[in-house]
Design a binder for this molecule. Structure first.
Ligand SMILES: [Ca+2]
Ligand SMILES: [Ca+2]
Ligand SMILES: [Ca+2]
Ligand SMILES: [Ca+2]
Ligand SMILES: [Zn+2]
Length: 455
């Protein structure tokens, strides 16, 4: 019913109401009647349990604690978008579940000790399949208790944390001027997830890699940001670590703003778990998603402890096929590169033998003389010129710069080595999550006085 007709109805019934009243269904009731459907009953074998703890989390992960009454009932908050709950009582096995309504039956817990102090008892850990002697079974920096139970304040489990699989939480803000086209949507999120799942790291549940949970507004965190100054990322800048306090020990933070235009960089890894990325929104959506996922993965790679040469700052090594490497970063546009597994043999630039296997090739013409030579020769390889020139030019032009500028090798002839990125990521994730957002350096492996990594 529209405003005007409502006015007319009111006039005809009450005769003296002036103006337009707000329809009742849009006015929150400050003292709503309890919703009989939003009721939980806690019992053991049908006997109600009074004083049981019931912690409920809403869609943003925010969680509040309730207590069951004498008849075992708990009235859930009305009007909240609740997604998960944990019911717990002394000497009972805790139950975490969706949906929230209806009966919850607790079981006896004969082993209520918590040997590793992670918030889940030994009996509960036996049920969950987690290690009762290790607080962080899947080594992602989040304790088993925080991944298995809804805990008061902020509950990662309500946003998809799993105690048997590595999880990584990323809050992503974007420049408001870009509108919706600046938002890191599901296409880019799927590609980012694929990059972190294409991994040698096995999880306790048998899956591989890291599950990345992006909050570009889906969980109430990521927002469009309206500031127009980001080159100065010092303390007063409102962009800096724009993450709710209860999330700051857990979330990585990505800000997508036009860095390149204003500051001359495509991406910057700043202090702990915080990066900025230029979204380059003029690309078509498919190319844009590939580019976004690759550059965000690259910058997150820095905050997990990786340099452009893996464990060293030697860029553009042909035999380091990782998106940390500038030579390979543009290849994200072909959807064909992730982090390196370190399986390529070393190449001595003083004695290059082209007839040896390289990547998928049985031999490779590094010096572009038209033949695959078995006679060793000397050449600087990590200057970007080893790639097929036409392909290199195409890829780098989309990525927005030329090959020489990207690599700028010193010209020294050395032994170039591959690097297995995954063990470093495996150590970097729990090390980074253990630190407060924005304190310390871009990488948990670098001292606190180092410069941020640019690009
Ligand atoms: Ca425990
Ligand atoms: Ca444990
Ligand atoms: Ca964990
Ligand atoms: Ca986990
Ligand atoms: Zn970089």
């Amino acid at each position: 019913m529209g405003c005007v007709s409502r006015f007319l109805v009111i006039i005809s019934t009450l005769a003296i109401v002036a103006g337009c009243t707000v329809p009742k269904d849009k006015t929150p009731d400050p003292n709503p009647e309890p919703d009989p459907d939003a009721l939980v009953v806690v019992d053991v074998d049908g006997a109600p349990i009074a004083g049981a703890s019931v912690v409920v989390a809403d869609w943003t992960g925010f969680a509040v604690s309730l207590v069951s009454s004498d008849d075992g009932t708990v009235q859930l908050p009305v009007g909240e978008r609740l997604v998960m709950m944990t019911v717990d009582a002394p000497d009972m096995l805790a139950v975490t579940r969706q949906p929230l309504k209806g009966p919850v039956t607790l079981l006896d817990d004969s082993d209520r000790d918590d040997s590793d102090g992670d918030g889940v008892s030994n009996g509960e850990e036996a049920e969950l399949g987690t290690d009762p002697e290790v607080a962080d079974t899947d080594s992602d920096g989040i304790n088993d208790g925080d991944e298995a139970k809804v805990i008061e304040g902020f509950a990662p489990v309500a946003l998809g944390a799993n105690p048997l699989r590595r999880d990584m939480f990323v809050e992503l803000d974007w420049w408001s001027e870009f509108g919706d086209s600046g938002r890191f949507g599901s296409g880019a999120q799927d590609l980012l997830n694929a990059t972190f799942r294409d991994s040698s790291l096995k999880n306790p549940d048998g899956t591989f890699g890291i599950e990345v949970h992006v909050d570009a507004g889906e969980f109430g965190g990521g927002t469009a940001v309206e500031v127009d100054e980001w080159c100065d990322y010092s303390e007063p800048n409102p962009l800096r670590f724009d993450v709710a306090p209860e999330r700051r020990s857990l979330f990585f933070h990505v800000t997508m703003v036009p860095l390149r235009e204003q500051c001359g960089h495509r991406g910057i890894a700043y202090a702990t778990r915080s990066v900025m990325v230029d979204p380059i929104v003029q690309q078509d959506a498919g190319v844009r998603d590939l580019f976004w996922a690759g550059v965000v993965a690259h910058e997150l790679g820095h905050t997990l402890g990786l340099s452009h040469g893996g464990d060293e700052e030697v860029n553009c090594k042909p035999n380091y096929p990782s998106l940390m490497n500038y030579d390979y970063l543009p290849m994200i546009l072909m959807g064909s590169v992730s982090f390196s597994r370190g399986t390529q043999p070393p190449i001595d630039e003083n004695a290059i033998v082209e007839s040896q296997p390289f990547l998928v090739y049985p031999g490779y013409d590094f010096n572009k003389d038209g033949k695959i030579s078995s006679t060793p020769y000397a050449m600087d390889l990590n200057d970007g010129t080893w790639m097929d020139p036409a392909l290199a030019e195409m890829l780098y032009s989309v990525a927005g710069r030329d090959v020489e500028e990207a690599c700028s090798s010193s010209g020294d002839l050395t032994v170039l080595t591959d690097h297995d990125d995954w063990p470093r990521i495996d150590r970097g994730l729990p090390a980074a999550v253990g630190l407060p957002l924005g304190e310390g350096n871009w990488s948990p492996w670098i001292g606190p006085l180092d410069e941020p990594v640019r690009e």
